[in-house]
Structures are given as structure tokens and as C-alpha cells.
Design a protein around this ligand. Structure first.
Ligand code: ZN
Ligand code: ZN
Length: 385
């Protein structure tokens, strides 16, 4: 059987709009995952597993006798953002919307599943990984913790994200770091508050906190190599002081971005040294909690080369480019790359509102490009003969 691409475009558009109208927040993608599993079964999949890592779905397609396996991944979750605008297919779930285009990613991967199930053209095993809770940075780990790699082994993995501002029908990626780590931190300073007129009686924490906020800026400017890209941002300073009372406690919260695990480790280590030093200087107690929400996304050279070649075959080389700099956004796909090599790439979403904007919408014109890219990478990496 050969799939008619015009019919597939119509179907994918209908799926995408249906998903857009029924967005679900991370780990709540019950309708979405049932929709995905239903479609895969309809396409004649050998094997569809639901409930992987909560609400994840893994579909498996085998052809020929090859023993190699590759994975294609889409994310299914929406955001807690009330949708604005008057789309016919706007969100019917108040306060939740597909503002990051994961409806489009899911529809593109379903399109590839339909193409490959009908037309084959590969030798081996393809795992279609539909992950929950990308926006939280928790869904990939949940699937991995649920035995993804043991139950559905694969040797490499590919993923796509739409990019507003990039013309529809264009493709970008790069080898090495492409999306940043996101670390969060909270530093608590504890002293003795008291009357604003008598600071010498206690050990208030606000002046110490201000010194600490300033000193944290020296991590990037004075502790990291100038060749490294990193950002340390203090975003909140909260005390228990009031107009005429000095605070006994100050909390400093913030966000750090970097592109290598060693840099993230160095930021944490320096933060602990500086926090300890400032606390001693101001005679207050301190504690640092440092968490890694997203790890840096590092594309591997072999798979990136393969992705670029597949994209050129589908879109024409004039529409495929290598980005010179990584982005400081973060992506849960990075968790898979800690275990297997792979490549994450961007496809144009045209002149749309930005990601996470209440007027954002996925451009359906890009669906077929994503589906064909996914199918092409499978046919190249699991080539027949
Ligand atoms: Zn997002
Ligand atoms: Zn996203």
C-alpha cells in the first residue's frame, strides 16, 4: 500500500486540531494517550504499550529481519495557560492550552507511524515514544524509570520541536549542545531579626542577602572559563522583615542555565562556597538547595549528520541549516540522550506567536514535513539490504 500524502495531510490536520481542542497537563494526558494508542492500533501496529511512565505510550513497528532498533519521540503535554484568540478548534479545557505545539509534535509522529506502517521501507524495529510531562522536565525520567530501555530497547533516538520565526518547511540542528540545562536553587539565610533601630543587637539577614546576590554574579564572570556559556539569575529575594523590623530570615531563589554537566556542577560548587563565605562574614546561618530540572541537550555527531541528511532529502538542502549557537531554553529529550545517542532538531513554525504565548498555534503546514522527516530517518538508519 502507498499512502496518499494529500490525504495524510488532511488526516494529520484533523488529529492536530482535535488534540489542540483537548489539551491536557503533564501526567494527565489520558485522552491524548488513548487517542495516540487508538491511532497506532488502527495503523496495524504489532505492539502498543500504554501507561509507560504514567501516561506515556510506546508503539513498536517491526519489518524485515534486522536486529537494529531506533526510537522517534514526541511529547504530548500542554501548559496551564488560558488560550486567547478565536481559533475554531481552541482549547475546550479551561486554563490549559497547547502553547508549545506538542499537539503538532504528536500529530507529526502519528503521521510517520501511519506512513511507515503502510509503506515500510526499513529493516528492523522502530519505537514510537510518546512521552508525557515534557514541560515539567519529568516525563522522560518517568518513562526511563518505568523500564523504557529494557522493555523497548533502542540504539538511538530522534526528536523534533517546532520553532516560531523559522519559515515552515525549514529545518535546523547542530552537533553538541543545542539546549541548555536548567538548574534551580534556593539559599536560606537565618539570623536573628529585631528592631530596625537596633541592628547591632541581632544578626539580621537582608544586608547579607544583598551581598550574596551580588557575589553570585561572580560565578559566571570570575569562576567559569570565558569560553563557557552560562547564566546565573537570582529571581526572588524574600524576607520575613517588615517596615520597622529587620528580617531574621532571607530566602534567595533563582535559575541557572548551562550547556555541560561539568559547568552545572561547578556553578553549584561555587554557589556553596560563596554562600558559606558570605554567611560567615555576616554571622548568619546558611543552607543551599540546588536541583537539576533539565539536563543539557547534547546532540551526537553521527546522528546529527544523519538527521541533516534526512532533512535535506525531504526538504531540499537550501532549507536545512546548522545553527551556530545553542539555545538557552531547555528540553526533557535530553534525558534520553544520557542513555543512547541521538539528535534533537527544529522545524519551522512560520510567523506564529512565540512558544508559551496565549495566542500561539502550531502551523499545520509543517505537519507533513515532520512526518516525512521521521520516516526518512528510519529508512536511512534501518536501511533495507
Ligand atoms: Zn514548552
Ligand atoms: Zn515544547
Amino acid at each position: 500500500m502507498t499512502i496518499d500524502l494529500d490525504t495524510l495531510v488532511q488526516e494529520m490536520t484533523a488529529w492536530r486540531r482535535d488534540l489542540h481542542a483537548h489539551p491536557e497537563f503533564g501526567f494527565e494526558e489520558k485522552r491524548t494517550s488513548a487517542f495516540v494508542a487508538g491511532k497506532l492500533r488502527e495503523f496495524g501496529f504489532d505492539d502498543v504499550a500504554e501507561g509507560v511512565g504514567g501516561t506515556g505510550v510506546v508503539g513498536t513497528l517491526r519489518r524485515g529481519s534486522g536486529n537494529r532498533a531506533i526510537a522517534l519521540r514526541a511529547d504530548m503535554d500542554a501548559l496551564r495557560i488560558p488560550e486567547q484568540g478565536e481559533l475554531q478548534y481552541r482549547s475546550q479545557n479551561p486554563g490549559v492550552m497547547h502553547a508549545c505545539g506538542h499537539d503538532g509534535h504528536t500529530a507529526m509522529l502519528l503521521g510517520a507511524a501511519k506512513l511507515l506502517a503502510a509503506d515500510g521501507g526499513f529493516d528492523g524495529t522502530v519505537r514510537f515514544v510518546f512521552q508525557p510531562a515534557e514541560e515539567w522536565g519529568r516525563g522522560a525520567l518517568a518513562m526511563l524509570d518505568d523500564g523504557l530501555l529494557k522493555r523497548f530497547p533502542f540504539e538511538e533516538i530522534y526528536g523534533l520541536h517546532n520553532a516560531p520565526g523559522l519559515p515552515v518547511g525549514t529545518f535546523q540542528t547542530r552537533t553538541g549542545p543545542i539546549m541548555s540545562a536548567e538548574d534551580n536553587f534556593e539559599i536560606v539565610l537565618t539570623g536573628v531579626g529585631g528592631h530596625a533601630a537596633r541592628p547591632h543587637v541581632g544578626n539580621e539577614t537582608l544586608v547579607a542577602a544583598c551581598a550574596l546576590v551580588t557575589s553570585l554574579q561572580t560565578i559566571v564572570s570570575r569562576r567559569l572559563s570565558p569560553a563557557q556559556i552560562a547564566v546565573v539569575s537570582v529571581t526572588e529575594l524574600i524576607t520575613d522583615g517588615t517596615r520597622n523590623a529587620l528580617p531574621g530570615q532571607a530566602r534567595i531563589l533563582g535559575d541557572a542555565r548551562s550547556f555541560h554537566p561539568e559547568v552545572s556542577a561547578e556553578i553549584e560548587a561555587q554557589m556553596r562556597v560563596i554562600s558559606d563565605g558570605i554567611a560567615r562574614a555576616y554571622n548568619v546561618e546558611q543552607s543551599v538547595s540546588y536541583t537539576r530540572e533539565f539536563v543539557p541537550l547534547l546532540n551526537q555527531p553521527v546522528q546529527t549528520e544523519a538527521a541533516l541528511e534526512a532533512a535535506q532529502a525531504v526538504l531540499g538542502s537550501e532549507n536545512v541549516s546548522v545553527v551556530s549557537e545553542p539555545f538557552t531554553g531547555s528540553e526533557d529529550f535530553a534525558r534520553f540522550l544520557a542513555h543512547v545517542p541521538g539528535c534533537f532538531s527544529f522545524v519551522g513554525n512560520g510567523d506564529s506567536a512565540p512558544l508559551h504565548n496565549p495566542r500561539y498555534d502550531f502551523d499545520d503546514g509543517g505537519l507533513i514535513h515532520g512526518a516525512r522527516f521521521h520516516a526518512e530517518i528510519v529508512r536511512r538508519r534501518l536501511a533495507v539490504g
